[in-house]
Design a protein around this ligand. Structure first.
Ligand code: FAD
Length: 567
C-alpha cells in the first residue's frame, strides 16, 4: 500500500490539541498562518509520497557500500537528497539570519514525521544536518557559522555527529580522542569514532563532522571534553572545499536494518579541526545537537509506526481468511481489529506528545520563558523513548497482522521492524532517557511534571459533563501518576528512582495519551470519540501496573544477585 501522509491528523492536532495557536501568536512565529501551515504540510506530503517513499525498498535491498575508501549510496538516494535540499526542508527551523526559513519546530517535526515514514535511511542525513545547524547557531564563532551553516542549509554540505568510541558508548565521558593545538587557532584531531551515521556519501561536496575530543589539559570525564568542526575537505579562502583532511572511513557496519544509511567507523589522524564553543565546553554544545536529535529520533519511531500501520491496514482489507463476516477480509476479525486500533491509537498518542514537545521548544525560543524551557526538557526523553517504543511495537504488530507474509521480506512489513529497532538504542538508549527523566528532569522537585498533571486534570474536569466515564478514568490516572511522582521526588538514593525509570516514563506517556485522546473526543468527530474510548478503556489502564513497578523501588531488584541471574 503506498504511503499517504496523515496531513489531516497534523492539522487536527495543531488546531485543537497541542496549543499551536500560542506559537503563532508570538512575534517570532506570527508568519505561520493557517494558509502557510497548510501549504507546507501539503507540499511536504507530496514530496514524501511521490519522491521519497519509492526509494525505501531500494535502500534496503542495495545498502550503501565502501569502495576503495569511497562510500557509494543506494540507488536514487542522491536524487532524493537533492529534492529534500532544493525544497529547503533542511533549514526549515534555522534562523533567517543564516539562510533558514525560521519556521516553528512544530512544523519541522511534522515534516520529519512524514520523511521518516517515507525512507528512514535517507531522512537520517538531513536530520543530522538540522541538529548540527542548531548546535552551530548556538555555540560556534561567527566565522564558522558564516562558512558552514549556509552550505548545510542549501544541502551542498551535510553534517554528522561523532561521539561514540569503542569504549565510550552511553558513557561518553570515557572518550579518548585527542585534540592538540596547531598554534594557528586550529587543532589536530586524532582518534577513532564508531557507528557514525552518514559518515560519508557520494552526493555532497563536503561532509562536516562535529567531533568530541579532549584537549591536552582536559580533565577525565565529560567536563574535559571539547567540540570541534572537522570537515572532510578543508575550505579554501573562498569557502570552497579545498585540501582533503586527514580523516577517513575505515569500514561500514553490516546492520539489522537502515541499510541505506552508511554507518561508519571513522579514523581521524591529526585531522584539522576548529573549536565550537569554549574549551572543555563540548558536552554543552553537543547537547544542543543531541536534544534536537532526540526529538527527531522519537519522531522517526512515530513515522515508522505510521507507515507500518498503513501497510497492515491495506493488507487486512485484502486478505480473506476464516469466517470473517462483513467484507470477508481479516479486518473483520475482532483480534485483527484490536491490533489495528492499537497501532492507530498509539501512533496518534506518540505523535501528539512529540508535537507538544515541539510547541514547548517553539514557545521557549520565542519567549525565553523558564517554564516553557522546563516543559520542553521534561518532554524530550518521553518523546524519544515512547515514540521509538511505539515505532518498534507497532512495526512488530504490523508483521503479526500480515501473518506469515509479515515474515517474508517482499511485503515490506519486516523492513519497518528492522529499520526502526535501532531508534531505541541511538541518541541515548531508552533506558538512559528514562534515567534522565527521573533524575535531572525531576531535579526541580517535580515542578514541570506537576504542571503537566494539572493541565491533564483540568482537561478531565472540562470533559466531565460530556464524557463522564472517560474523564474520570483520565483524572484518576493523573492522580496515580502524581502520587508516583511525589514518591520518586522523595527518593534521594537515585537507584530507587532508576529501578522504575522505564515504567515511569511509559506511564507518563500513557497518561498524556489519555489527555490527548480525551481532548480529541471533545473536539473531534465520532471516529475520534471511538478511538478515545478505545484508548482510555483498553490502553490507559496499563499505567496501574507500570506505577506499581515504579513504587517498588530498587531493593528487591538489586537483591537479585549476579549469581542468581546466572544460576
Ligand atoms: C545504527 C547506529 C547509528 C549510530 N549513529 C551514531 C552517530 O551518528 N554518532 C554517534 O556518536 N553514535 C552513534 N551511534 C552510537 C549510539 O549512540 C550508541 O550505540 C548508544 O549510545 C549506546 O552505546 P553502546 O552501543 O556503547 O551501548 P552501551 O553503552 O554499552 O549500553 C549497553 C546497555 O547497557 C545500558 N547502560 C549503559 N550504561 C548504563 C547506565 N549508566 N545505567 C543503566 N544502563 C546503562 C544501556 O541502556 C544498554 O541497554 C549509532 C549506533 C548505531 C547502532
Amino acid at each position: 500500500m503506498p504511503y499517504r501522509a496523515p496531513v489531516s491528523d497534523f492539522q487536527f492536532l495543531m488546531d485543537h490539541i497541542i496549543g499551536f495557536d500560542e506559537v503563532t501568536k508570538t512575534d517570532q512565529f506570527s508568519e505561520s498562518t493557517p494558509d502557510m501551515v497548510d501549504a507546507i504540510l501539503t507540499e511536504a506530503a507530496k514530496m514524501c509520497e511521490e519522491i521519497i517513499a519509492p526509494l525505501n525498498r531500494a535502500g534496503d535491498l542495495h545498502p550503501a557500500t565502501l569502495e576503495n575508501g569511497v562510500v557509494r549510496t543506494s540507488p536514487g538516494f542522491a536524487d532524493g537528497y537533492r529534492t529534500i535540499t532544493e525544497g529547503g526542508w533542511v533549514g526549515m527551523s534555522a534562523s533567517p539570519d543564516v539562510g533558514g526559513m525560521g519556521l516553528p519546530m512544530t512544523l519541522t517535526t511534522a515534516v520529519n514525521d512524514m520523511m521518516s515514514s517515507s525512507c528512514l535511511s535517507l531522512q537520517l542525513n538531513p536530520l543530522m544536518s538540522q541538529g548540527q545547524i542548531e548546535a552551530l547557531e548556538h555555540h560556534a564563532s561567527d566565522a564558522i557559522k558564516d562558512l558552514y551553516i549556509p552550505k548545510m542549509i542549501s544541502g551542498e554540505w551535510c553534517g554528522t555527529m561523532n561521539l561514540t568510541e569503542p569504549q565510550a558508548g552511553s558513557d561518553v565521558g570515557a572518550l579518548r580522542s585527542k585534540a592538540e593545538p596547531n598554534g594557528d587557532g586550529s587543532f589536530a584531531i586524532s582518534g577513532q569514532k564508531i557507528y557514525i551515521t552518514w559518515g560519508d556519501n557520494d552526493f555532497t561536496q563536503n561532509v562536516c563532522h562535529l567531533v568530541l575530543a579532549r584537549l591536552p589539559d582536559g580533565v577525565p570525564g565529560t567536563k574535559g571534553i571539547s567540540l570541534f568542526m572537522v570537515p572532510k575537505f578543508i575550505p579554501d579562502a573562498d569557502g570552497n572545499p579545498g585540501k582533503r583532511n586527514s580523516l577517513k572511513v575505515v569500514s561500514l557496519e553490516h546492520k539489522l536494518g537502515l541499510h541505506g544509511s552508511p554507518t561508519a567507523v571513522m579514523e581521524y589522524d591529526g585531522a584539522t579541526g576548529w573549536l565550537v564553543g569554549p574549551e572543555h565546553g563540548g558536552m554543552a554544545a553537543m547537547f544542543t545537537m543531541m536534544n534536537n536529535a532526540r526529538l527527531g529520533v522519537g519522531v522517526q519511531g512515530i513515522g515508522i509506526a505510521e507507515a507500518a500501520y498503513q501497510h497492515a491496514l491495506g493488507y487486512a482489507q485484502e486478505r480473506t481468511q476464516g469466517k470473517a463476516g462483513g467484507s470477508g477480509t481479516i479486518i473483520e476479525h475482532a483480534d485483527v481489529r484490536r491490533m489495528l486500533a492499537t497501532m492507530k491509537a498509539e501512533t496518534y498518542t506518540a505523535r501528539a506528545i512529540a508535537l507538544m514537545n515541539a510547541v514547548a521548544i517553539d514557545m521557549s525560543t520565542a519567549t525565553d520563558d523558564a517554564g516553557w524551557k522546563a516543559r520542553a526538557a521534561f518532554l524530550t526523553p518521553i518523546t524519544k523513548a515512547f515514540g521509538t517504543d511505539v515505532g518498534i511495537e507497532t512495526a512488530n504488530t504490523g508483521i503479526q497482522v500480515h501473518g506469515g507474509m509479515g515474515f517474508i521480506e517482499e511485503t515490506g512489513a519486516a523492513q519497518f521492524a528492522r529499520d526502526v529497532r535501532v531508534t531505541a538504542i541511538y541518541e541515548g538508549t531508552n533506558g538512559i532517557q528514562a534515567m534522565d527523566l527521573v533524575a535531572r528532569k525531576l531535579m526541580d522537585g517535580g515542578d514541570a511534571a506537576f504542571r503537566l498533571l494539572e493541565e491533564i486534570e483540568q482537561g478531565a474536569e472540562a470533559a466531565k459533563a460530556t464524557y463522564p466515564d472517560l474523564a474520570e478514568a483520565v483524572w484518576q490516572s493523573a492522580e496515580s501518576l502524581r502520587e508516583a511522582t511525589e514518591w520518586l521526588v522523595a527518593q534521594s538514593d537515585l537507584n530507587q528512582r532508576f529501578a522504575g525509570a522505564v515504567p515511569y516514563l511509559r506511564a507518563f506517556a500513557r497518561v498524556l495519551g489519555g489527555h490527548v485522546h480525551l481532548g480529541s473526543a471533545m473536539a473531534g468527530d465520532a471516529a475520534r470519540v471511538k478511538m478515545a474510548s478505545f484508548y482510555i478503556k483498553r490502553l490507559l489502564p496499563e499505567h496501574v501496573g507500570l506505577l506499581a513497578h515504579v513504587r517498588e523501588g530498587a531493593d528487591d531488584l538489586l537483591a537479585i544477585t549476579v549469581d542468581d541471574l546466572v544460576a
